[in-house]
Design a protein around this ligand. Structure first.
Ligand SMILES: [Zn+2]
Length: 217
């Protein structure tokens, strides 16, 4: 029984297997989104969800803009897909079963789990590996691990324009992150020259809870 279920699933994603030319077209648009993220001070990850040759959701990382660590490109796109389905009164499960996600960076653990749970997306095409948070093999393999109570596994096609995706990430991490906490200067550590009373002065952001968020795809 198990084997049969696996075989059906394999056939489902094989049926969706996009042509190289399609992958290039959609990935090019995903990279446009990633560039938009980079230009807006966000981790450069962009993605599209394509159903029946139509973009039904797209997103880029919005973590800094929204100050919400969960607003990864995939989550933004997923919300759009759900809206698209609601608006057209379509069953999200039926739509997502025939939807391919194109994303410039390997989905992180959170997004991989969301992709398994919520929409049953059978195929993800991505660019570079996500060495820090990847949920499709780099850190954990949420995409294909046997997790009987956590949605459906999905297939990945990796490596499209991977070097370019990595270069964008490097460019981002080289920039100064405007949300990073400024280094605190502790004047109380400076020895007074003449035994004077030292007032402890700390410089830095008042809101210590706005620590750097280190988001990825
Ligand atoms: Zn993610």
């Amino acid at each position: 029984m198990e084997m049969q279920a696996d075989r059906v699933e394999l056939e489902k994603s094989d049926f969706l297997q996009p042509l190289d030319s399609e992958i290039q077209t959609w990935m090019s648009k995903a990279f446009d989104m990633a560039l938009e993220a980079l230009e807006n001070g966000e981790v450069p990850v962009g993605c599209l969800m394509v159903y029946n040759n139509e973009i039904i959701g797209k997103g880029r990382n919005e973590v800094n803009e929204t100050k919400n660590a969960t607003r990864h490109a995939e989550m933004v796109a997923l919300d759009q897909v759900l809206d698209w389905c609601r608006f057209r009164e379509k069953d999200p499960k039926e739509v997502c079963e025939q939807t391919v996600l194109y994303v410039t960076v390997e989905p992180c653990i959170m997004c991989a789990a969301a992709l398994r749970l919520l929409p049953d997306i059978p195929l993800v095409v991505y660019g570079c590996k996500n060495e820090r948070f990847g949920g499709c093999g780099s850190v954990l393999d949420i995409s294909s691990d046997l997790l009987p109570h956590t949605g459906t596994s999905f297939k990945c096609i990796a490596g499209y324009r991977a070097e370019e995706a990595v270069e964008m990430l490097k460019t981002f991490y080289k920039q100064e992150n405007p949300n990073a906490p400024k280094p605190k200067v502790r004047k109380d550590l400076i020895s007074p020259p003449d035994g004077a009373v030292v007032v402890q002065v700390k410089q830095g952001p008042q809101d210590d809870e706005s620590e750097t968020i280190a988001p990825l795809s």
